[in-house]
Design a protein around this ligand. Structure first.
Ligand SMILES: Nc1ncnc2c1ncn2[C@@H]1O[C@H](COP(=O)(O)OP(=O)(O)OP(=O)(O)O)[C@@H](O)[C@H]1O
Ligand SMILES: [Mg+2]
Length: 280
């Protein structure tokens, strides 16, 4: 990449890429021996008197794939904002494992401790190749300039190849990310997050705007991540949720309305009422 293109790329970016250290080892204080990796207890967050989150309590097990559903404005994205340190709640507790108090950490420290977040809109470096995007994610803490000219060692090259395979972009490694389809960009962003080896991955509406085939591939990808990573997926596409769901949590007006298998929540009268005329 020529320096001019690089500068253009830097100027083009609409948000700061999360500059966090390369594949960090598990945080020394991350303790999941007692089960959950995420504890959210009694969280309330008001915006001008409106409770976006209202005494919300939720636990996510280590290695779990959890789906979070609920109507527009239920508080799903706000919950992710609280977990990632973007929003400070008014009351409540949020812990990562037994010992990391998320409410005492900033966004950067939370990312470094092993919580990765995928926003709705894919944010990839369009002028860089798919491979370069992943390299950059691995070396992010070195800064963009250094990262791009850094030579990967064999192990790092293997890691990039492994992620390329996982996200289904092995054949696209040398294409500019800007030429990818919308779905492929979403996978590339998931891949960039995986380069940091997060323990918990938060994914907001991953299949919005995807073709049915892309949606299916995304389901496979997320299912394959569970176990090694804990994953929380927010999605409105009920068919997609059904295809990946183990436990589903239904949010409504900032609190948990129901929790259980997809069948359990879809047959819950409270949930049916909220979704009246919709999918349930
Ligand atoms: N920074 C903010 N300032 C004011 N109100 C906010 C802010 N962030 C969220 N809200 C409000 O909080 C409520 C919950 O919003 P949130 O984005 O968490 O919902 P959501 O469940 O993610 O909805 P969607 O499914 O539409 O994405 C909404 O009424 C929203 O308008
Ligand atoms: Mg949202």
């Amino acid at each position: 990449m020529k320096p001019l293109e690089l500068l253009q790329e830097l100027r083009r970016r609409d948000r700061v890429f999360p500059f966090i250290d390369e594949a960090p080892p598990p945080h020394p204080r991350l303790d999941t021996r007692h089960g959950p990796i995420l504890y959210v207890e009694g969280i309330t967050k008001s915006f001008d008197g409106f409770k976006a989150l209202d005494d919300l309590t939720l636990y996510v097990g280590d290695g779990e794939l959890r789906c979070l559903i609920g109507p527009n404005g239920a508080g799903k994205t706000t919950l992710m904002d609280v977990i990632t340190g973007k929003t400070q709640p008014d009351t409540g507790h949020a812990w990562f494992g037994q010992r990391l108090n998320l409410l005492r950490m900033n966004e950067h420290d939370i990312a470094q401790a092993g919580i990765g977040r995928k926003f709705q809109k894919p944010t990839v470096y369009e002028n860089l190749t798919v491979h370069e995007n992943l390299e950059l994610a691995m070396h992010a803490h070195r800064g963009l300039m250094t990262s791009l000219f850094w030579r990967l060692d064999g192990e790092q090259r293997d890691r990039v190849d492994e992620i390329l395979e996982l996200i289904g972009l092995k054949e696209e490694g040398h294409r500019a990310a800007g030429l990818l389809s919308h779905g492929q960009k979403q996978w590339l962003e998931v891949g960039s997050l995986l380069m940091q080896n997060p323990r918990l991955l938060l994914v907001d509406e991953p299949v919005a705007g995807m073709t049915p085939a892309e949606t299916e591939a995304t389901a496979e990808l997320l299912v394959s991540l569970a176990g090694k990573h804990s994953v929380v997926v927010v999605e409105h596409d009920m068919e997609f949720v059904r295809s990946i769901a183990r436990t589903v949590t239904v949010l409504h007006q900032g609190s948990v309305l129901a929790e259980g298998t997809m069948d359990q929540v879809q047959n819950d009268p409270k949930v049916r009422e909220v979704y009246l005329g919709e999918e349930a």
